[in-house]
Design a protein around this ligand. Sequence first.
Ligand code: SF4
Length: 204
Amino acid sequence: MPYKFNFDLSNVPRQFFEDLIKASYKRNLHRRLAGSARTLVKKFKLEEITGLTFSDAISLVEDLIEIYSLNLLYKDKMKNKNKKALFLPHCARKYMDSRCKAIFDSSLSTYICQSCSEDCLINVATRLGKSKGYDVYVVPGGSCIPGIVRRGGYEAVVGVACGMELKLAAELIRNFNIPGQAVPLTKNGCAHTKFDLEELEKIL
Ligand code: SF4
């Protein structure tokens, strides 16, 4: 499920993400989570940089803290897994029209990237995932994930998506009792979404 607002965190200082991770370490009570989110929004002037309202910025940061907290919780459980899947969002493709040469596999609801553009985020992330031993799926939404995980018999998953989709996917994955890690989008929307490749590389 997408957010009702658009965000672009590309210009937010890297320190914000580092502080997010620290806030996630400290998270144990909901009241504390709300307090941490408010502090981060004010400290990094998120309303000013992103144009978000205060309440949208808070809700975005609360989701991000929750996602990073789950990453911390499952990080160690990712070790020594052989069968791993990486899920990438189709909206991060360089092109969303016929210029994208990806082939859509309807049986798995996934795009298979054909590497038509060197600077396409999905192309780079796909290559990265494969080089680290992941099967890579470029999916239109989180609802495709359970079917793919079931058919592939995966032991661990990594997903890139907006915060809301990641929370939904975490719920779905919980039924499989397998660990997961998530990389939240830094820019959402229906097209030209962005995520941090460096962050993805660290997780893989
Ligand atoms: S590199 Fe892959 S995902 Fe990107 S536009 Fe080309 S075929 Fe589509």
